[in-house]
Design a protein. Structure first.
Length: 204
């Protein structure tokens, strides 16, 4: 049967309507935090984030009372973008290319954002576990939709499941020495999962 939509990725807060100016400041802060965390790590001064966003510290702390909440918001955006990428690939690319193109995006996400994710500490409510469950579910759903489409088209073996592919991709993300090696390892995975009628080198 045809694949289903991956659905929306989780956000860090319940979806509630903000005033236009408040939403703008929220978006500016998250975008600035992404840049600052990327450039200087998750321990970068929060004052630098407010300055880059062009807002006052009071505005920043009104939206994000703690560093942890800001990190959660940033990582949520990273997951949302990764899952949105799967949707565009479902709509545009050939099924095999879409699946393995997204797996490369997933590998890049894990390699680049692992420190950010691991810096999210737990609290008394166990929110960290709930957040990671939701993020994992969203990425698993995205991978499943792409895999189902590729299997439906005969581009990959029918006995694969998304958990297996994500485990392989996660291993590549944690062990590859650079992007070139990661691409080669993904190709090897693709060659090992192709159906006999669609060898990887014939569809690259």
């Amino acid at each position: 049967m045809p694949p289903q939509s991956a659905g929306p990725a989780p956000r860090s807060e319940p979806q509630r309507r903000r005033r236009a100016d408040a939403q703008r400041n929220y978006d500016l802060l998250v975008a600035a935090a992404r840049d600052v965390f990327h450039d200087h790590g998750v321990d970068a001064p929060l004052d630098d984030i407010a300055r880059r966003a062009g807002v006052g510290n009071a505005t920043m702390y009104r939206h994000f009372p703690t560093r942890r909440e800001l990190i959660i918001a940033v990582y949520s955006e990273e997951v949302a973008e990764l899952c949105a990428r799967s949707q565009s690939l479902l709509a545009e690319d050939p099924p095999g290319d879409a699946l393995f193109g997204w797996l490369q995006d997933f590998i890049a996400h894990v390699a680049a954002k692992r420190e950010l994710a691991l810096s999210i500490t737990d609290d008394r409510t166990g929110q960290r576990s709930a957040l990671f469950d939701r993020w994992h579910h969203s990425m698993h759903t995205a991978a499943s939709a792409l895999l189902t489409r590729a299997q439906y088209a005969g581009a990959v073996r029918a006995d694969l499941n998304a958990s297996e592919l994500l485990a392989l991709a996660n291993g590549i993300a944690l062990t590859a020495t650079d992007a070139t090696q990661a691409e080669r390892l993904v190709l090897l995975v693709r060659q090992g999962t192709d159906t006999p009628s669609t060898p990887a080198d014939s569809i690259r």
